[in-house]
Design a binder for this molecule. Structure first.
Ligand code: GLN
Length: 284
C-alpha cells in the first residue's frame, strides 16, 4: 500500500537514526528533492501520497544514504560561505572549518593597496578560491591534479563568478605561474587518520585527504618548499589549512623557508586550523 508523505518521513527518519545525527532533517531534505516539494508543502501535503516516480527516487536516495554516502554527494551540492557549490564524488566536500581559510585570505587581500593575483592550490570544488574571488577584488587561478575535480571547479567558477578564472591541471606547482597570494586546503590527513575517519569521509577521494608521511605533512612540505619561486614577493602571502595537531610544525616549516609574520589561526570550533605567513623577496 502506498504511503503518505508523513508516513514516509517517519519511516525514513527511523531508518536514518542509526547512521545520522540529524535523521529527521536528512529524511525531509531527501523527500523534498525527490518530490520537488518545499518545506511548507511537506507539511501541507503530509497526508497525501507522492507519485511513483518520486517514491522511486526517494527510495534510491535513501538507500545510498543508508550506505553512508554523504548527503552532499547524493544532492550533488553543498553550501559553503553563502553559496551553493556543485560537488561530485571526485571532490572533497566543502567543510565549514575551511571557511576560516577564506576569511583570513579575504582580510589579507582587503588590507593590500593593489589587486593581487591569487592561486588556490588543490582546489577541489573550487570553493576556497571562488569564495575569495567573489568577496574581494583579485584575479583567481584554481589548480588541481584531478581532471575531474577541475571540471567541477570550472563549473562552479562559471556559475558563481563574473570574472575570468584560470583553471590549471597541475601536480602541485608544475604548471603554475607566479602569484601574489597562495591559498590551499591540501590533503593533510595521515594514513591512520584516514583509516579512522567515519564511513562518510571514507567515501571521499583519498587523493584529496591523505597528505602522506608519518605526520601527514609531506604534500604541505612540498608546497611550502616551492612556494617562494611562485610568489611575486610583493607583500606576498601563503595561507594553508591543516589539522590542529600539525599547526606548530607547519609554522616551523614556513619560518624555515623564509616566510615572516607566520601566524596560526583558529576555526569557529576554537581549533587551530590555518597557518599563514608573508613573503618578501629580498633583492641581492
Ligand atoms: N578536514 C578534513 C577532514 O578531517 C580533511 C581535509 C583535507 O585533507 N584537506 O576530513
Amino acid at each position: 500500500m502506498s504511503k503518505t508523505v508523513r508516513e514516509l518521513l517517519v519511516q525514513a527518519t527511523a531508518s536514518l537514526r542509526d547512521i545520522s545525527d540529524t535523521p529527521r532533517l536528512e529524511a525531509r531534505i531527501l523527500l523534498e528533492r525527490a518530490t520537488g516539494f518545499s518545506q511548507v508543502q511537506t507539511i501541507t501535503k503530509s497526508e497525501e501520497q507522492i507519485s511513483s516516480d518520486s517514491l522511486y527516487m526517494f527510495q534510491q536516495m535513501l538507500s545510498r544514504r543508508l550506505n553512508h554516502e554523504p548527503m552532499a554527494y547524493i544532492l550533488g551540492e553543498r553550501e559553503f560561505y553563502g553559496r551553493d557549490f556543485k560537488v561530485t564524488k571526485d571532490t572533497l566536500i566543502p567543510r565549514p572549518d575551511t571557511e576560516t581559510l577564506v576569511e583570513i585570505a579575504i582580510n589579507y587581500i582587503n588590507s593590500l593597496d593593489y589587486r593581487p593575483s591569487v592561486l588556490d592550490l588543490c582546489t577541489g570544488t573550487g570553493c576556497v578560491g571562488i569564495s575569495v574571488a567573489a568577496e574581494c577584488d583579485c584575479d583567481i587561478a584554481l589548480a588541481d591534479i584531478s581532471t575531474k575535480a577541475l571540471e567541477c571547479a570550472k563549473y562552479n567558477a562559471e556559475n558563481l563568478l563574473n570574472q575570468k578564472t584560470d583553471i590549471i591541471e597541475t601536480n602541485l606547482f608544475s604548471n603554475c605561474k607566479i602569484y601574489d597570494i597562495i591559498i590551499s586546503n591540501p590533503p593533510y590527513l595521515t594514513h591512520e587518520w584516514c583509516e579512522e575517519a567515519s564511513e562518510e569521509v571514507q567515501k571521499e577521494p583519498r587523493l584529496a585527504l591523505e597528505g602522506f608521511s608519518e605526520d601527514g605533512l609531506s604534500l604541505i612540505r612540498d608546497i611550502v618548499k616551492d612556494a617562494p619561486s611562485h610568489l611575486s614577493g610583493n607583500k606576498s602571502a601563503i595561507f594553508i589549512e591543516c589539522d590542529y595537531r600539525q599547526t606548530l610544525e607547519l609554522k616551523k616549516i614556513l619560518e624555515n623557508t623564509g616566510f615572516t609574520e607566520v601566524k596560526i589561526y583558529k576555526d569557529l570550533n576554537d581549533k587551530q586550523r590555518v597557518v599563514g605567513g608573508t613573503y618578501v623577496r629580498t633583492i641581492n
